[in-house]
Design a protein around this ligand. Structure first.
Ligand code: GCW
Length: 736
């Protein structure tokens, strides 16, 4: 926003400066005053996306005609409601003691009126975070009730009521009761203490600043954290890991802990707990011990003391997230111990205070097998060995947040261990800050995948939320896409992914269609001429990115390091082979794809029957996963009659066309959007369209060397030359 502001108003400032030299003239002084006023007012009205979906002041909806509010005005949730109602209507609701027709009642079980409605049992069953929103008919009066057993639930209920109003969906009669799908709904910030964000595309960290040995907290920080917490509460997110999983030991030192405490204080009223990523070698690296062996009694003592210190500062501290023995980080295996030994030792230290350990299963060290099999091989033998306050955090797919992956076979296999899905909201492998990709569709595909662990219908959603496999702990984590950018997420449409993560964590049965519609209505407009095409664009966007990047089960064709553009040819000497695209696509004259069937790496064996057999057979394997599980000859006939090579060409081409269509949809939507957000998105769609062609040409021209077949003539001709593309080295500052 500031850049645009600068471009528009800089000439005005220059004229002003010139005029100031003559300011002794009264008339010129007045002129300067009015120009300044104009600049300030214009800046206030500029639409920079900072309000996210919480734009009550711009709600153009039909408001319910509440006659007054019966609620305790000092309750946090009630204050939030009154504030937002005032933003929407220009008035606060008048507090009333007598229940008249159309009174709004907001309260918990501590309020007499709520108890008198006879909803006590229902509220107790919904728990401290659940709530009801109901129209109750009493003495010929209609009363709208928002109630919960606890304050957190009440806040969620209030935000739900506001959402119904904002989206213009307030009905004649309400009968809503909700409780969350997962107990822990948490953002993982990959924020480093120097203020950088690993795989972040929206500016610096909102928590940490460059060059601060002794972190400071300013009023501005607190305002930003408050806005962040409020946005999270509005979608039900109740926790945040404040630092990168590639954690530095000094995160647990006194100076940083003071800042963590300050953050916790701002987040607490919004029902959010703070968590930290820890470095497993902290006892030696920070504490000066000789070892960090989890079975060493001094190490155990060190963690016990550390836990005590943390809880003295932050009584509701959530717990630890741990990346151990993964990508070079230390872990219990360095001392001949297992993941369970490491996780349990930390869990015991946190247990007295109610803290949890989220232990990541993102590991791929075990021997020379197929990378897709390694996490399973390391974790399956430990099933049932973890404490009940440990939850194993598993990425949605077996490799690493690719545009499309089958679900990780650990889901469904580890039946005696609590597992939490880890999703990536930040678009590391999906066009980063530039591509419009609505991730709810991808996450739904994952959550609805059938693991068959307790027969047909054992979806990932049902086994992780406790419906099918009972576990004391349920959780879901998302790697945040939030930074200091004014619009928080870089791309305005990336806000929809933050929103979707929260909504699905709250209710994993919601459809991506419903989520998209809510978000569009709240963020942009309630006008159906806008909603319909934009929603279609969002719902198609995940399939589009798969089509122009990695269709038919291809994966990891990315440029080394930054993971933005295509480099199927990439070959960095002395690097792990499983970091190289060739390891995954295996393109040769005989075909393309990774044979993970029984004749290959046999990764299919990790899936449960009958899925195992379905994936193993080249003819029954879903085509969207074909090259993930099979090495397929170029001439293999696909379901639509094309041979594989032609199908690949058509699919890449279709991806390009889809993005061009998105550009048209967006351009047509101009009349419904403020110019600032319109231009911002339009500019990025241009980059996306350019990138889609780049991906198509790079992959097709490279694979054509092996297929030795022509690109069908109804496919758009390449505009690039393969040799030029190979020489292109991306300047990431342009693209981030
Ligand atoms: O996706 C890969 C990323 C790393 C990340 C790692 C992980 C935080 O490229 O940047 O490190 O996974 O999930 O630990």
């Amino acid at each position: 926003m500031y850049k645009l502001f600068y471009i528009i108003f800089r000439p005005a400032f220059l004229i002003l400066n010139a005029l100031k030299l003559m300011r002794h003239l009264y008339i010129i002084r007045k002129f300067i005053f009015f120009i300044q006023l104009f600049i300030i007012v214009s800046a206030l009205h500029a639409e920079d996306g900072h309000q996210l979906w919480l734009r009550f002041d711009k709600t153009k909806a039909t408001f319910p005609c509440f006659s007054g509010i019966n609620a305790c005005d000092s309750r946090f949730a009630v204050k939030e409601f009154q504030y937002d109602w005032n933003e929407m209507t220009g008035n606060r609701l008048q507090v009333v003691n007598v229940l008249n027709n159309n009174t709004l009642v907001i309260g918990t079980l501590k309020d007499r009126n709520i108890v008198s409605f006879g909803v006590g049992n229902e509220l107790k069953q919904l728990g401290m975070e659940g709530y009801i929103i109901k129209t109750i008919h009493q003495n010929n009066k209609n009363i709208t009730v928002v109630a919960s057993a606890g304050d957190k639930g009440l806040l969620y209920g209030v935000f739900h009521l506001l959402r119904i109003i904002q989206t213009n969906k307030f009905p004649q009669s309400l009968n809503i009761s909700e409780k969350p799908s997962y107990a822990v709904r948490i953002l993982n910030h990959w924020d480093n203490q120097d203020g950088s964000v690993e795989r972040g595309y929206a500016g610096h960290s909102i928590f940490w600043r460059y060059g601060e040995k002794h972190p400071t907290v300013t009023d501005k920080d607190k305002v930003l954290w408050k806005e962040y917490a409020r946005a999270n509460a509005s979608i039900g997110i109740n926790g945040a890991v404040l630092n990168n999983v590639n954690a530095s030991p000094d995160m647990l030192s006194g100076a940083y802990m003071q800042k963590v405490k300050a953050i916790a204080e701002v987040l607490r009223p919004y029902g959010m707990k703070v968590y930290l990523s820890i470095n497993f070698s902290s006892p030696s690296a920070l504490g000066g011990l000789k070892t960090s062996d989890p079975l060493d009694k001094d190490v155990v003592k060190w963690w016990n003391i550390k836990a005590k210190e943390i809880y003295q500062l932050i009584p509701d501290f959530g717990g630890f997230l741990v990346k151990a023995n993964s990508e070079g980080l230390p872990g219990p295996q360095d001392f001949g111990r297992t993941h369970a030994d490491g996780a349990n030792m930390l869990a015991d230290a946190l247990k007295p205070y109610g803290g949890i350990v989220m232990w990541r299963a993102f590991v791929y060290n075990a021997g020379k097998d197929d990378r897709a099999k390694l996490a399973y091989k390391e974790f399956m033998p430990l099933d049932g060995q973890f404490r009940d306050n440990v939850i194993v955090q598993v990425k949605n797919g077996p490799i690493d947040f690719q545009p499309r992956e089958p679900f990780s076979p650990l889901f469904g296999a580890m039946k005696r261990t609590a597992l939490m899905p880890e999703l990536q909201i930040t678009q590391e492998y999906l066009g980063q800050g530039n591509h419009l990709v609505f991730l709810a569709s991808m996450w739904k595909e994952f959550l609805e995948s059938d693991t068959y662990c307790s027969g047909k219908g054992s979806t990932v959603a049902k086994i992780t939320d406790g419906t099918l496999l009972k576990s004391r702990l349920t959780a879901i984590g998302g790697v945040a896409n939030i930074g200091e950018d004014t619009n928080w997420c870089g791309h305005h449409f990336a806000q929809a992914n933050w929103y979707s993560f929260g909504r699905l964590a709250w209710n994993n049965r919601l459809s991506s269609d419903d989520i998209a519609e809510e978000w569009i209505r709240m963020t942009f407009s309630n006008d159906s001429n806008f909603i319909k095409p934009v929603k279609e664009m969002m719902l198609e966007s995940h399939e589009a990115v798969v089509n122009y990047m990695m269709p038919l089960g291809l994966h990891h064709l990315f440029a080394f390091g930054h993971h933005y553009g295509p480099e199927p040819w990439c070959d960095v000497p002395n690097t792990r082979p499983d970091w190289m695209p060739k390891y995954y696509h295996n393109a040769g004259e005989d075909g393309i794809g990774f044979d993970r069937s029984a004749t290959g790496s046999n990764a299919v064996e990790q899936y449960i029957s009958p899925l195992r057999e379905q994936l193993n057979n080249i003819d029954s394997c879903p085509e969207k996963y074909l090259l993930w599980f099979h090495h397929v000859p170029w001439h293999k006939k696909m379901k639509d009659g094309h041979m594989l090579w032609d199908e690949l060409c058509y699919t890449y081409n279709h991806g390009v066309k889809q993005v061009r269509q998105f550009q048209t949809i967006w351009d047509k939507a101009e009349q419904y959007v403020d110019s600032e957000r319109f231009i911002h998105v339009q500019t990025r769609l241009k980059i996306q369209a350019h990138d889609a062609v780049w991906w198509k040409d790079a992959c097709l021209l490279y694979f054509q060397q092996f297929s030795k077949r022509p690109i069908p003539y109804d496919v758009e001709r390449p505009v690039y030359d393969l040799n030029d593309l190979k020489k292109t080295k991306l300047n990431m500052t342009e693209h981030n």
